[in-house]
Ligand binder design. Sequence first.
Ligand SMILES: NC(=O)c1ccc[n+]([C@@H]2O[C@H](COP(=O)([O-])OP(=O)(O)OC[C@H]3O[C@@H](n4cnc5c(N)ncnc54)[C@H](OP(=O)(O)O)[C@@H]3O)[C@@H](O)[C@H]2O)c1
Length: 132
Amino acid sequence: MKIAVLGATGQTGQQLVQQALQQGHCVTAVVRNPAKLTVHHDNLKVVEANIFSADSLKEPLTGQDVVMSCLGFPTSFMSAVTGYTLSMHATVRAMRDAKVSRLITMTSWYTERKPHSYYTHDQGTEHILTHL
Ligand SMILES: NC(=O)c1ccc[n+]([C@@H]2O[C@H](COP(=O)([O-])OP(=O)(O)OC[C@H]3O[C@@H](n4cnc5c(N)ncnc54)[C@H](OP(=O)(O)O)[C@@H]3O)[C@@H](O)[C@H]2O)c1
């Protein structure tokens, strides 16, 4: 498969890139700092893009079978963490423009459906996830 990885320079992203290459996939690592990615492979392409801009993401996402996001943003008690929402808005818009329909993303948001759990997601969450 052709896989575009967002957050490819992070702890999880680097693992994902390595494992995808080992399994024979072609990987496009979409990063803000190419020098940070230490993996080199014939099936690895490294592209610099702005994860908050659909226009910037459209080209690297074009022709991909799936987009996988390992983006992570620091928690802050002083202000809202908007990185996940804003990057996903741009990513989904770019994917629509590039006609890519598969997205797998990690967040710190707990989404397991488990009745009576403190962390249970609600109907609104399910609606949003279903329509991505
Ligand atoms: N690690 C864990 O134990 C753990 C546990 C539970 C959940 N998670 C979730 O799993 C996800 C990944 O975690 P992680 O530990 O692998 O994260 P991480 O090591 O902090 O990596 C974060 C990635 O996001 C990129 N990134 C952050 N801000 C960016 C921006 N403004 N523009 C472009 N790229 C940006 C970073 O790029 P740079 O390298 O350029 O900074 C890096 O590639 C997160 O959603 C995290 O909440 C992780």
